[in-house]
Design a binder for this molecule. Structure first.
Ligand code: PEP
Ligand code: MG
Length: 748
């Protein structure tokens, strides 16, 4: 047959009825297929790219296929199906922007008459003509949009276009409003509940997109979205090294590395291709894995955007449908849904957006890991540069300090893995496809300079220019007092970087980061091993380890905290620990064991009352008896305004204080610390916060006070903190040298 007709609809009933109408005109002379509905028996409203692709195969005998779609995401699904089709099929597909029912009738008649696909598509487009002829002069021929509908054009400020992070933020913001929201770009439309659909618009930086909103909160919803889309990224991508080097390697993370190269692989478990007997159980397993992966990713600010993908109906829908309709194993259904979505991204023109396919695959792997286990990087035990194929962000976040550098076969400078490598100070190059890799290498992650099999002198040259070269751990202020620079660490790589950069000590070891998203409670031995690995580079220097700070934006499922309306004001930090005394006792024992041989101090998060500190002190005394050591100094974090205002009450129970300006600021300014629409409120330099810090210093007297919130690493806020009396600043390794430079300049 010359041309076939494919009807794509959210509703199976609508598609069937339309097909029946068409058949009344054409009889069996028309090749007609439908792809409509979602869920078992296609009884739910929705569309599925894979079902559309399958329906196209039904029309494989046709020279051309004209596709008619009903609403918004039907168009998107059809486009995805077209992207997934092989070249031969794609060339025969004509997606017609025609009215669904009228277009189907007109197209059906033309196709049954043997017309070619472009003619049939043109007929479909003209399908409204009879109705327009009849009503065309009357004013309701083109009805005005509903009163609540509004459109708002915005120019995308992010030079990298509508990539995952802004897309995820838009979806998150849209969910807060009672409004129906869509984004239009170049004639394509995406619903605001799907980050993948938004990214698939392929909207580049500097181009215009149109927000379409209707419903009671259309106005504020459109304003919120416009603000996100018009916002320049906080971390300018210009900061990232972006040019390919002369050798074709892509600088990913600055710094120099030299040493042996070890190619590392991953144990990827086989995905079962069997069908499942109990489909409901398979769906439940998928839901659980999605929730666990979301929780694990959400704990890391850089991976949080990937977590948003795992709530995307455009991914979950097809996977669920494959389980419900075909009994596919949940891992196979999920793998295929991710592959389909990643393939449609890879078909985009824009290289930056194309690279976001990687986010999809990484988020997808996080779920497969939950379902199947495995996937671990097979890392060398001895110090080495690793050669790897697509380091994931999660892997980058947990590299041990023995990794000298990373050579990634595909990695690029804007990947989340690169951001985390930069944060940890691990040099990296992307686009390094050397088969086999050299046995030794020396490279510069900023310039892309790369030497295979370097001689000893070359290796020495590369080692000498270490980006995190040690500097002084303190400077003398004009008044003669020392200002100390400490480090915040969340894992072994951070700690190694901080040690290399010459931090005074660890001012904050975030233990919860080692266990985020874990559903199974880590045993005492595991805790000891992981905390021990984190603080190992600081043997001989002071190390402040914070007790597990669970809750609010740091989910730790194994503590089984109840979900709360307002978790930032709920059971978190020490409040959660005191509700789990058994865990807390084991945790303290593990910290004491891990800290043996270290100058260990233990810090309690989210203290409000002296009684909380006393309760932890009792547990610490018991743990020290069990372990056979003396209890180390115990200090309170000052994050709650009440604690800042009652330091004299806390003095008897606290050997030191550390001000957590991140939380203190959110509670003083009454604005969620991560609130997208209130960035100006996350200002620790606000006089109210600085005033509280000054008061803490005054009331603490001789008891040491440090600051371990982000403000400590920001030179201008740090100055205010120093004026307030702070003499110990603790920050991420990457910020140490800038801080040091800022204060050295003023000290000299
Ligand atoms: C803080 O609140 O400033 C702090 C250091 O703790 P976290 O950021 O881990 O909540
Ligand atoms: Mg805090």
């Amino acid at each position: 047959m010359a041309t076939g007709l494919l009807l794509v609809s959210h509703s199976a009933a609508l598609a069937r009825a339309t097909a029946e109408l068409v058949r009344q005109m054409t009889g069996d002379r028309l090749a007609l297929a439908i792809a409509a509905g979602a869920g078992p028996d296609h009884a739910e409203l929705g569309t599925d790219p894979l079902a559309i692709l399958a329906a196209c195969e039904e029309l494989a005998g046709c020279e051309g296929i004209v596709v008619l779609m009903d609403l918004g995401s039907a168009v998107l699904s059809a486009e995805m199906a077209r992207d997934l089709a092989d070249d031969a099929l794609r060339a025969r597909l004509h997606l017609a922007p025609a009215p669904f029912v009228e277009g189907a009738l007109a197209a059906g008649v033309a196709a049954a008459a043997g017309q070619a696909a472009d003619r049939v598509a043109a007929e479909a487009l003209a399908g409204l003509a009879p109705k327009q002829d009849a009503l065309g002069t009357q004013e309701h021929a083109a009805p005005p949009p509903p009163a609540a509908t509004l459109t708002r054009a915005v120019t995308l400020a992010d030079p990298n276009g509508l990539h995952l992070r802004p897309a995820a933020r838009c979806v998150e913001a849209a969910a807060r409003f009672d409004a129906t929201l869509r984004l239009r770009h170049n004639g394509r439309v995406a619903p605001l509940d799907s980050p993948t659909a938004l990214m698939a618009l392929g909207a580049k930086g500097g181009t215009e997109v149109t927000i379409e909103a209707s419903g009671p909160e259309a106005e504020p919803a459109a304003a919120a979205l416009a603000a996100i889309l018009a916002e320049r990224p906080a971390e300018p991508h210009a900061e990232t090294p972006s040019k390919a080097s002369s050798g074709g390697f892509v600088p990913m993370s600055p710094g120099r590395a030299a040493g042996p190269v070890v190619a590392v692989g991953r144990a990827r478990p086989a995905v079962p291709e069997t069908t499942v007997a109990d489909r409901a159980a398979a769906l439940a397993r998928l839901d659980e894995a999605l929730a666990a992966a979301r929780a694990a990713l959400a704990g890391n600010p850089i991976l949080a955007a990937q977590a948003a993908l795992l709530a995307d109906p455009a991914l979950i829908g097809p996977a669920r449908a494959a389980i419900e309709a075909d009994g596919r194993h949940e891992a196979a259904a999920w793998r295929d849904a991710i592959a389909a979505a990643a393939a449609s991204h890879e078909a985009l023109d824009d290289p930056y957006l194309r690279a976001r396919a990687r986010d999809l695959r990484e988020a997808g792997d996080a779920v497969l890991r939950e379902l199947l286990g495995g996937f671990g990087l097979d890392l060398p035990a001895k110090p080495a540069i690793i050669a790897v194929d697509e380091l994931t962000a999660a892997e980058a976040a947990s590299l041990p300090p023995t990794i000298l550098g990373v050579l990634d076969r595909r990695g690029g400078p804007t990947s989340h893995a690169a951001i985390l490598l930069r944060a940890a100070g691990i040099p990296a190059l992307g686009g390094v496809a050397l088969d086999p890799p050299p046995s030794r290498a020396a490279f510069d992650g900023a310039t892309g300079e790369f030497v295979a099999e370097p001689d000893a002198a070359t290796e020495a040259r590369f080692r000498a220019a270490d980006l995190l070269a040690p500097g002084p751990a303190s400077v003398i202020l004009p008044g003669g007092e020392a200002l100390e620079f400490w480090a915040n660490v969340a894992g072994p790589a951070d700690a190694a970087a901080a040690a290399r950069a010459g931090a005074f000590g660890v001012g904050l070891a975030r233990t919860e980061m080692l266990f985020l998203g874990r559903a199974d409670m880590p045993g005492e031995d595991e805790q000891e091993a992981r905390v021990g690995a984190m603080i190992a580079p600081f043997r001989g220097r002071p190390v402040v380890v914070r007790l597990l700070d669970a809750g609010a934006d740091k989910p730790v499922p194994f503590l089984a905290l109840a979900s709360e309306e307002n978790p930032a004001l709920g059971v978190r930090g020490v409040r959660a620990l005191l509700r789990r005394p058994d865990f807390c006792a084991a945790h303290l024992r593990a910290l004491l064991r891990a800290g043996a041989g270290h100058d260990l101090r233990i810090m309690v998060p989210m203290v409000t009352f002296a009684a909380e500190l006393r309760a932890i002190r009792d547990l610490l005394a018991a743990a020290a008896r069990d372990v056979g050591c003396s209890p180390p100094p115990l200090g309170a974090m000052i994050e709650v305004p009440a604690a800042a205002l009652t330091v004299p009450d806390l003095l008897a129970a606290s050997d030191f204080f550390s001000i957590g300006t991140n939380d203190l600021t959110q509670y003083v300014l009454a604005a969620d610390r991560g609130h997208k629409d209130l960035p100006g409120f996350a200002d620790a330099g606000h006089p109210a916060v600085i005033g509280l810090c000054a008061r803490v210093c005054r009331d603490a007297g001789a008891v040491p006070v440090s600051v371990c919130g982000e403000a400590a690493g920001d030179p201008s806020t740090a100055r205010l903190l120093v004026e307030a009396g702070i003499r110990k600043l603790s920050m991420g390794a990457a910020r140490l040298s800038a801080l040091r430079a800022a204060f050295s300049a003023s000290a000299s």
